[in-house]
Design a protein around this ligand. Structure first.
Ligand code: SF4
Length: 395
């Protein structure tokens, strides 16, 4: 590696699958009662392997740990305080480039959690769907009320957070209400289309098609565009950036190159590492980060297999796409499998992303923000910084 450009890598850590909720769509559903957690010594081994590899590269690297579950806040806060201390020891000079974010269902929240979320983690993501009633506890009681109350508490305690709302058939007709809620509360959020479940038939009754997702994206974009005080809504603002880049003559093209650099690794409770697209598919397991050096994982046969499959998906959909270079192709490489946009031959179909890019382009031309003749973008840089680039938080 010779480039001095700063790079970024994320490790999504499944600290434990244990959870107090039983969200009906959860892809960890079968394991939510399992209390097993990654042991501190295993985390140490993982840090040693990661630190050893990234500290030897000839470029600066931001290393982000994203703590996932199950419900990660069911581990005692000391679990995290101790591991943050251990990170300092293992990463040494690299420590200033290491950050930790957590994705929580926010159903358990005491003073210790608030302290941990405010002072320990660098970013907090809250999972809340607002409508649909799929995020239930073991007694099938909707968790929404308690989560909203805890969100209020976080806000009054000045803990910054963003939200993730999973899009299903059951909250699809509430997209406007969802946007207005976040706009009013000024909470940045991400909509996440329903992804593959833990078993066949899990999503029966609330499955959502790619064209339904696309319609929801269009509505969200229009709401964002018409809003006087737009809120950061992902992935919509990312798509807006891509369309603006498409019309920026000197913009550096952005091509997702999984072979050269992997952005996200998922680390299971047992240390097994996967690409996002092939999570828990043993055929594509890259190796075990508790026992194996990072370079062996990166250059191993499991990773190579995942790279070849992702390259095939990109070749089938992205190489002929007019947006390729403005859009990096990442959605097809890493997200098309879990969103069922890949056929039996391994070829991908880009309905959602290409569709929303085309829609945004059309709407920005209609509103005069993009001049179709001069190809100039008439939008102030401050506006882009404030409403499109937004806050760098864990959504
Ligand atoms: S819009 Fe879809 S097909 Fe086009 S580059 Fe992006 S991911 Fe690939």
């Amino acid at each position: 590696m010779t480039s001095k450009e700063k790079k970024k890598v994320q490790f999504v850590i499944k600290s434990s699958k244990f959870c107090n909720l039983r969200c009906r769509y959860c892809y960890e559903y079968a394991e939510l009662g399992n209390r097993e957690a990654i042991a501190p010594e295993q985390l140490d081994k993982m840090y040693a392997h990661i630190a050893s590899y990234y500290s030897r590269l000839d470029c600066p690297v931001d290393i982000q740990f994203i703590w996932h579950g199950g419900e990660p806040l069911l581990q005692h806060p000391d679990y995290y305080w101790q591991t943050f201390d251990r990170q300092q020891q293992f990463f040494g000079e690299l420590s200033s480039s290491v950050t930790n974010t957590v994705q929580t269902n926010l159903t358990v929240l005491n003073k210790q959690h608030i302290h941990l979320l405010r002072e320990g983690f660098d970013g907090v993501g809250v999972s809340v769907d607002l409508f649909g009633g799929l995020r239930v506890n073991q007694a099938e009681v909707d968790s929404l009320e308690i989560v909203l109350a805890n969100m209020d508490r976080l806000r009054s305690e000045k803990v910054n957070f963003g939200c993730i709302t999973v899009l299903t058939k059951l909250n699809l007709s509430y997209v406007e209400e969802i946007y207005k809620f976040y706009e009013k509360t000024k909470i940045p959020f991400r909509v996440l289309p329903l992804f593959n479940g833990a078993f066949d038939g899990q999503h029966q009754g609330y499955e959502i098609s790619a064209s339904e997702v696309l319609n929801a994206y269009r509505t969200l974009f229009d709401l964002w565009l018409e809003s006087k005080n737009p809120v950061i809504v992902r992935p919509i603002v990312d798509y807006i950036k891509q369309v603006i880049r498409h019309y920026t003559s000197n913009a550096k093209p952005d091509f997702y190159n999984k072979r050269e650099w992997e952005y996200i690794y998922l680390v299971n409770v047992n240390g097994d590492v996967y690409s996002y697209a092939d999570a828990y598919n043993s055929e594509f397991c890259h190796g075990n980060l508790f026992t194996t050096p990072m370079e062996n994982i990166i250059f191993g046969s499991g990773h190579e297999k995942a790279i070849i499959a992702a390259e095939k998906r990109m070749a089938s959909a992205c190489h002929s796409c007019e947006y390729f270079g403005s859009c990096s192709g990442y959605p097809i490489a890493e997200e098309s499998v879990i969103h069922n946009q890949v056929d039996a031959d391994g070829n991908a179909h880009c309905t959602k992303e290409k569709g929303i890019l085309q829609y945004i382009e059309k709407r920005l031309k209609e509103t005069g923000i993009i001049n179709p003749i001069t190809r100039q973008v008439n939008i102030k840089q401050e506006y882009i910084s404030k409403h499109i680039l937004g806050l760098d938080i864990a959504v």
